[in-house]
Design a binder for this molecule. Structure first.
Ligand code: SAH
Length: 362
């Protein structure tokens, strides 16, 4: 194994705009149209393998790929659940740092849970990644490469069920995406650009999940993209939320909810409120009522709630709520007219479920 190196990730095709790609190809002594050929391989066929780029002359394809598509995100191993329909991949980055992503295939769609940072600085006490602290931000290409490789494994039929397309992306892997705003938006632009310039994914099918970094939420609302926003609330009152989501001491429940409502107004996209149900911590019926009231006081039809049964992390004293308590919490929200769906916890047996991504080598 290579020792961690410090510094910036080597430049990569997936960091570049269409013009920058042409320029990079030209600098390597090739005609600009080679950039589009490379884009087609990378964004339409999901390949960064020079061997398969048979429309490029043998003499130049190795050089172009070596210079512009260095292997930034390298598979260390995978763990499978649900007969192979859920796959967690551990990746090694150029400097030896590790991150994870999780691919979940359903009968009619597939979703990739991607990492935006190695570790996380938000320190939520119930989240495994939060316990690690922040190692570093991922670059745009390091985020894009997770998606490119998952798309390839689906398209090539590697995942049981026959060849398929990747439909949904959720920034619910390691890290706080809005704390790495520039690289995040760079990656999103590559996701939504039509093929072959990008992957041609629908912005609606990309979910950015945040602890509630209010200024960045406001900025995201102005990007002019109908991305889906998810706010990790986990408590409707500041006292408890400051314990569960420490950044709440900076931006309160009300400020985070106001920013979420503003996001809806700017984009027309219904916001999702995430609420990990933790036994005897935040699962009280009165908290369900209070949440319903706070959401309704900001209007109707703009939000839905996604309770998540807590996935206990190693060493944590907290567990998931009892089923009847969960049911009552959901009932309280629905009584307030709030659409509420409990999240399915795919991959919890491979520590692939929400909040469990810790890139633990064991
Ligand atoms: N930093 C972003 C993305 C984090 S992961 C955010 O906080 O939103 C996506 C979701 O999983 C978040 O709502 C997070 O709070 C939740 N989560 C973290 N640890 C969890 C756990 N142990 N059980 C259930 N959900 C968890």
């Amino acid at each position: 194994m290579t020792a961690p190196r410090r510094g910036k990730a080597p430049r990569h095709f997936a960091d570049m705009s269409v013009d920058e790609r042409k320029e990079a190809v030209t600098q390597l002594g090739q005609k600009p149209f080679r950039a589009r050929q490379l884009s087609t391989h990378y964004f339409t066929h999901y390949t960064a393998d020079a061997q398969s780029m048979t429309d490029l002359p043998v003499g130049i394809r190795d050089d172009l790929v070596e210079q512009l598509m260095p292997p930034l995100v390298n598979k260390i191993r995978t763990l499978e659940a649900d007969q192979g329909a859920t796959v967690k991949t551990l990746w090694r980055l150029f400097d030896g740092i590790k991150v994870e992503s999780v691919l979940m295939r359903y009968p009619n769609r597939s979703t990739l849970c991607v990492s935006s940072q190695a570790g996380c600085g938000m320190a939520c006490p119930f989240c495994a990644t939060g316990q690690m602290g922040l190692t570093r931000n991922l670059s745009t290409a390091e985020i894009v490469e997770q998606v490119r490789q998952a798309s390839l494994s689906l398209a090539s039929g590697e995942i049981p069920g026959g060849p398929a397309q990747l439909n949904n992306l959720v920034f619910m892997g390691m890290g706080e995406p809005l704390a790495n705003y520039k690289a995040l938006m760079g990656a999103i632009r590559q996701f939504v650009a039509p093929q072959p310039d990008g992957f041609g994914l629908s912005a609606r099918n990309i979910t950015v999940s945040t602890v509630g970094l209010v200024p960045a939420m406001k900025k995201l609302a102005k990007e002019g993209l109908p991305l889906t926003l998810a706010l990790s609330l986990h408590a409707p009152d500041d006292e408890l939320r400051s314990e569960l989501v420490p950044i709440n001491t900076r931006w309160t429940v009300d400020e985070a909810l106001d920013a979420a409502r503003e996001y809806f107004e700017a984009t027309g996209r219904r916001v999702s409120i995430e609420y990990a149900l933790i036994k005897d911590m935040n699962d009280h019926a009165w908290r369900g009522d209070l949440l319903g009231e706070k959401l309704n006081s900001r209007g109707r039809g703009w939000v839905h709630v996604n309770p998540i049964p807590l996935n206990p992390t190693p060493g944590s004293i907290w567990t998931a709520s009892d089923r009847d308590v969960e049911k009552e919490f959901v009932a309280r929200l629905r009584n307030h007219g709030i659409p509420t769906t409990v999240r399915d916890t795919r991959g919890s047996d491979i520590d692939g479920a929400c909040g469990q991504l810790a890139a633990d080598e064991q």
